[in-house]
Structures are given as structure tokens and as C-alpha cells.
Design a protein around this ligand. Structure first.
Ligand code: SF4
Length: 384
């Protein structure tokens, strides 16, 4: 056995690998052997072959933002003519539509509006909870939490306690992008540091608020920085156990201020998915991003260690503004899972399986459950 084969076997059997070993596998392991090792971990964790998905809606309450990340095509600066903020009535209307289409979760996310402190989020979450108690509020991220705490002049723990009490169930892994300092500063110079992003997650986990973790690949970061990103998350997870899943996705390069950067290739993405599955011996779920990588890559990822295909995205405004054109519908998402040789199952936010489609006869048939892009994204895309 070569050193790489031994390392793959060790990791596939559940042994811990360090960052240096993960980098070696990422750069040097043969593609098929790497994928097989990642998939071996998935098989051990989920021997019934089930791959999950969720029905949810991503509702953006405002695109007004003071943070001006260079990679972001969604935000508008305060007072910009294209800035908007939805009324509570409109947000509730969208939640109602989501419930009607079978959504179990809502992801409320938005820009760092200069006027939105903790009080705004308390009203937002309590209003949604009062109107639709069946919807799990898996929303915002550490960046919004730091912003609202700053606007209100309170500490992170107080902000977290208040929004949790108002109805926030768990925190989305948004805003992680790249956690190491060099690539993060290059793409989001005004955003909090990666260390600070993790501090907020750790504080939330300590208060019993769980979350997911994400990563955005393809803005010029090195392979070592990609591995450093997951090392930073794994270290926190060792202390808290609060990350339910890891979700890598690829940077979309249009309509923003990051000129000349390339997207991560499909092979880089798939290799990273497998390495993440091997590296995260302490994170239960691995989700891939068909929305940014495309449905074919999404299907392939199910053979590299992925056990969750995420959401149908009844509404998506942020990534689609930057050029992601992939859309799907519930029946197709289920077909993607089944034709990849897995058994599809709808899950809820905490990864409980709420409907397993053991045979094609059990598959959902509701053709109304379709991905939608927002009014701000469509003109950008259709103008081409
Ligand atoms: S990524 Fe978020 S914080 Fe950054 S500019 Fe866009 S909306 Fe603002």
C-alpha cells in the first residue's frame, strides 16, 4: 500500500486525519479512490442508502447592506435606487405561500441594514412564529448577529438570547465564505474575521442554538486555505458539537466587483466534498450544492460522501443574482437522488426523515414545488 492508500483507508475507517494529511489527499489522491473513501464514510453513517432533501424558502427581507462584500451581487448600498426592504406583511405572505407548498423551514436572510438592530429581528421572528408556528426558523448568520448587536449596542450573548426567545430556532451557516484571513480580507474587507464568525457560532452553540457551516470556493483561495477553513470549523465542533452539517458551494462570478476570478472547477469541488467527508469525523451531515454546481455535479457528489441534497429553494435571490441559473423542482430533485442509486427522503431542519420514498410509487408528485428566482435576479439573467 502507498502512503496515500493507507491514509485513505485510515480515514474511510473513521480515523481522524489532520490538516496536512487532508491537503495531501486533496491534491494527490487518485480521484476515484478519494471518492470511494468519502462514500465509504457515508455508507457507514447511513447504511440504508437514504439521501435527504428539505423543502424551504429563502426570504430576503432587505438587500440594503453597509458591508459591501466584493463577491456579492445581491446587496445595494443605503440610499441606492435599487435598494429595497420587504414589509412584515410581504414576508408573512411569502411564508404563507411556502407553507402552502409544503415547506417546513424558512431561511430569513438579508443585508446589514444600518437601521436593523436586535428589535427588528425580534419582531421579524416573533411575527413569523405567531403566524406560522409550524415553520422552523433556520435563519440569518453570524454576520447579521454581529451587525444587529452593534446597531443595538449589546453584546453577542444578549442578541442571541433575545432573538432565540423571539423565535429563531437555529442559525444558517451563511457568511462563512472563506474563514482564513488572507482570502477573506481579499473578498470581504469590511466583514468580520473568520475567527469572529466562529466565535459567534460557538457562543450560539453554548446557548443551545445549533447551526450549519458553509464554505464558498473559487475566489482565488489556495488549496491549503480551503483545508484551513474546514480545520477552523472542526476545532470549534470538537468543543461544541453544534454544527449539524457542512455545506460547500461554489462562488458565482457575475454582477459583482471581484473581477477576473474563476469559479472552482467541478473536479475541484467533487474532490473537496470527499475530503470534507473524510476530515469531518465530528459533523453528521454533508450537503452539496446543486444550485451552484449544477444538477449533474450534485448527483455525482452523492458518490463522493454526500448524504443531503439540500433544498428545492422555493425562492432564492442571492446566488442567482451572481449568475447561478440552475433551477429544479421537487419531482426532479427526487429523481436526481433516485437515479443516482439512492433512496430519497424529505427531512426537516434537524435531519429527521419525515417522508421516506422507498419506491418510485412513494415519490411526491406536486409539480407546484419549483425553484424560483427573485424579481431582482431575473432581469439580470434575462438581459443576457
Ligand atoms: S454578502 Fe451579505 S454582508 Fe456581504 S455585501 Fe452581500 S448582503 Fe452584505
Amino acid at each position: 500500500m502507498t502512503a496515500i492508500e493507507e491514509l485513505l483507508q485510515h480515514a474511510a475507517d473513521g480515523g481522524r486525519i489532520d490538516a496536512e494529511e487532508a491537503l495531501l489527499l486533496y491534491t494527490d489522491a487518485p480521484f476515484h479512490a478519494l471518492g470511494e473513501a468519502g462514500d465509504a464514510v457515508r455508507r457507514r453513517r447511513y447504511p440504508d442508502g437514504i439521501v435527504t432533501y428539505i423543502i424551504d424558502r429563502n426570504i430576503n427581507y432587505t438587500n440594503v447592506c453597509v458591508t459591501a462584500c466584493k463577491f456579492c451581487a445581491f446587496y445595494r448600498a443605503p440610499k441606492h435606487a435599487e435598494g429595497w426592504s420587504h414589509s412584515m406583511e410581504e414576508i408573512l405572505r411569502r411564508c404563507g405561500e411556502a407553507v402552502e407548498l409544503g415547506a417546513t423551514q424558512v431561511m430569513l436572510q438579508g443585508g446589514h441594514h444600518p437601521d436593523y438592530g436586535v428589535g427588528y429581528y425580534e419582531e421579524l421572528f416573533s411575527s413569523v412564529k405567531a403566524a406560522y408556528p409550524q415553520l422552523v426558523i433556520h435563519s440569518i448568520g453570524p454576520s447579521e448577529i454581529l451587525h444587529m448587536a452593534r446597531v443595538s449596542g449589546v453584546d453577542i450573548e444578549e442578541a442571541l438570547r433575545r432573538i432565540h426567545a423571539a423565535g429563531l430556532d437555529s442559525i444558517a451557516g451563511a457568511g462563512a465564505e472563506m474563514l482564513p484571513d488572507r482570502p477573506r480580507t481579499a473578498i470581504a474587507p469590511l466583514k468580520e474575521s473568520g475567527r469572529r464568525w466562529l466565535d459567534v457560532m460557538e457562543a450560539a452553540h453554548r446557548l443551545g442554538i445549533e447551526s450549519t457551516a458553509t464554505m464558498m470556493m473559487g475566489t482565488g483561495e489556495t488549496n491549503a486555505e480551503r483545508i484551513e477553513h474546514i480545520r477552523m470549523i472542526r476545532d470549534v465542533q470538537d468543543r461544541t458539537g453544534g454544527f449539524r452539517s457542512f455545506i460547500p458551494w461554489t462562488y458565482q462570478p457575475e454582477n459583482n466587483h471581484l473581477k477576473g476570478r474563476t469559479q472552482c472547477t467541478s473536479l475541484e469541488y467533487l474532490r473537496f466534498v470527499a475530503v470534507a467527508r473524510l476530515f469531518f469525523d465530528n459533523v453528521n451531515h454533508l450537503q452539496s450544492s446543486w444550485l451552484t454546481t449544477g444538477k449533474d455535479v450534485g448527483q455525482l457528489s452523492l458518490h463522493m460522501g454526500v448524504d443531503d441534497l439540500g433544498s428545492i429553494m422555493l425562492e432564492e435571490n442571492v446566488i442567482s443574482s451572481a449568475g447561478a441559473r440552475h433551477r429544479s423542482k421537487l419531482t426532479e430533485l427526487v429523481w436526481m437522488i433516485r437515479s443516482a442509486g439512492r433512496i430519497p427522503a424529505q427531512r426537516n431542519t434537524v435531519y429527521e426523515r419525515i417522508a421516506v420514498h422507498w419506491t418510485p410509487d412513494d415519490d411526491p408528485t406536486d409539480e407546484r414545488v419549483v425553484s424560483h428566482f427573485s424579481s431582482i435576479a431575473l432581469p439580470l439573467i434575462e438581459a443576457r
